[in-house]
Design a protein around this ligand. Structure first.
Ligand SMILES: [Fe+2]
Length: 137
């Protein structure tokens, strides 16, 4: 049973970003399931690595869209991304160093952060990108 499920409430109304978020949620759930089931460390590590790397890729993707379309709130949005990335990376390094308590902290932190960020800042970005698209038509 996934602890984070995709739903309409999480849609930002912009398909390219929603697609990323669906993938992010799938990776998150895989890592969570493995950590909860105390799967072999190498397996949990592999899934956490994929989750962290994909999160970085996705932030770059969103930031590229913001730059391309001259998003007015780019700086504050980027700052939110950096704060999450810094915190998540710090915990991830701690895990690689042997601290097995990390998934129990990192995964709830990510779940709460992702939900709040998607429904707040990312939705504002989705609205902006949709407005931009309408102006282009
Ligand atoms: Fe974002």
């Amino acid at each position: 049973m996934p602890i984070l499920a995709w739903s309409k409430e999480l849609s930002v109304g912009f398909e390219a970003i929603d697609d990323d978020h669906r993938k992010l949620i799938a990776l998150f759930n895989d890592a969570h399931e493995a950590a909860k089931a105390t799967a072999p460390r190498e397996f949990v590590e592999k899934l956490l690595t994929e989750l962290i790397e994909y999160t970085g890729w996705h932030f770059d993707h969103e930031e590229g869209l913001m730059e391309q379309h001259g998003y007015d709130m780019i700086e504050s949005h980027k700052l939110e991304h950096r704060e999450l990335a810094d915190n998540a990376n710090m915990l991830y390094v701690q895990y690689l160093g042997g601290d097995d308590t990390v998934p129990g902290v990192l995964l709830p932190f990510l779940r709460n952060w992702l939900t709040a960020h998607i429904m707040g800042s990312d939705r504002r970005l989705g609205d902006f990108l949709n407005g931009y698209r309408r102006r282009e038509l």
